[in-house]
Design a protein around this ligand. Sequence first.
Ligand code: DGP
Length: 111
Amino acid sequence: MDCIFCKIANHEIPSTIVYENDYVIAFNDLNPVAPVHVLVIPKKHMDSIMAVDDYNYVVEIHKAIKEIAKICKIEETGFRVISNVGEDGGQSVKHLHYHVIGGTKLPEKLA
Ligand code: DGP
């Protein structure tokens, strides 16, 4: 499968890794929208939230988000977590991922 995030998870292409364990890897987004913009992904390929077939990975992602917030020193100031799904959601990479965004007062709030 030709998936860019699988290649990042397998260390086949470089990324700035923020956090990693057996289940997940988190790395800086190529096009950050804020001082902190980290992507957290499961190491197992799943297309999106709609394709999750092993919720152990979701638990691990949730735990990783807490670690990332501490590592990036945004646990006190706050942050936003977004997972875009499908066409209307604006998902451009078809490998489940969560954006962790912070480090500044975030502008727009849709929900
Ligand atoms: P989304 O639009 O939710 O599918 O977000 C995909 C994000 O992935 C987008 O913010 C840019 C980022 N991205 C795409 N390709 C790469 C890459 O090769 N490396 C890194 N670090 N980020 C990437």
